[in-house]
Design a protein around this ligand. Structure first.
Ligand code: NAI
Length: 249
């Protein structure tokens, strides 16, 4: 194991673009060393360069988070290299939308595996280093679809609701070790994931969202930054919907 890194070390999955990239930047701005995780090294390095240009500290690690063994090895590698792992943000996620009557087993399994199982494997692997450090912050990125459902997304909504139940259970298991676990549930946020939605849906979102607009990735990042902060120490098992007031639940 390498010498212990002085800064708190944060792992952010899906950090190559969108919400994950903004989360990584906000944690770096908090003074964390951020481990950027996704499959594409070039894109990760572009985010890393942005963080470093702003005076932050980051590194890139490629990992297909759909591969559980690779996720566990990635987390173990971070601990081996830094001697610590303090913050874990499970942000990487995919959609494979289809009406339930037409949805294949593969479409269901792919989404559960990438969005939920990978987060479980990462949390399980990260819990031990956090226990050793006697401090930890787990933040799982769910979705309003996991809170209120969404037609065409039974797989995605199930994975995101699963993250809520899993996080609350982890919060109870790990509280005695000074490790918190919380959920951020974004509403409709302008990223590549939502760029593909038809204009009619985007306009519809604006109509039924009290704040009358889609959200920005940076607005999710600031919620994550709170849960990752030293000052959030008495907050665990919570679900914060950052959705322009859409759900209010
Ligand atoms: P995005 O599609 O722009 O980015 C997803 C990130 O996850 C990318 O970095 C991608 O490379 C990574 N990723 C996906 N599959 C991976 C795999 N197998 N291995 C490694 N990395 C993988 O998505 P966006 O919009 O930034 O979403 C981030 C998270 O927020 C996701 O979990 C998504 O479900 C959630 N979310 C997004 C909302 C939105 O409106 N954009 C709304 C609610 C939740």
């Amino acid at each position: 194991m390498a010498e212990k890194t002085e800064k708190r070390v944060a792992v952010v999955t899906g950090a190559s673009r969108g919400i994950g990239a903004e989360i990584a930047k906000s944690l770096a701005a908090q003074g964390r060393h951020v481990v950027l995780v996704a499959r594409n090294l070039e894109k990760l390095d572009a985010v890393k360069a942005e963080i470093e240009a702003d005076g932050g500290s980051a590194e890139s690690r490629t990992c297909d988070i759909a591969d559980g063994a690779a996720v566990a090895a990635m987390i173990d590698g971070v601990f081996d290299d830094h001697g610590r792992l303090d913050i874990l943000v499970n942000n990487a996620g995919i959609t494979r939308d289809n009406l339930s009557m037409r949805m294949s087993d593969e479409e269901f399994d792919d989404v559960i595996n990438t969005n939920l199982r990978s987060a479980f494997v990462a949390c399980r692997a990260a819990a031990r280093p956090m226990m050793r450090g006697k401090w930890g912050r787990i933040i799982n990125i769910s979705s309003v679809a996991g809170l209120v459902g969404n037609p065409g997304q039974v797989n995605y909504a199930a994975s995101k609701a699963g993250l809520v139940g899993m996080t609350k259970s982890l919060a109870k298991e790990l509280a005695g070790k000074n490790i918190t676990a919380n959920v951020v549930a974004p509403g409709f946020i302008e990223t590549d994931m939502t760029d593909v939605l038809p204009d009619a849906i985007k306009e519809g979102v604006k109509t039924f969202t009290p704040l009358k607009r889609m959200g920005q990735a940076v607005e999710i990042a600031s919620a994550v930054a709170y849960f990752a902060s030293e000052g959030s120490s008495y907050t665990t098992g919570q679900v914060l919907a950052v959705d322009g007031g859409m759900t209010m639940c």
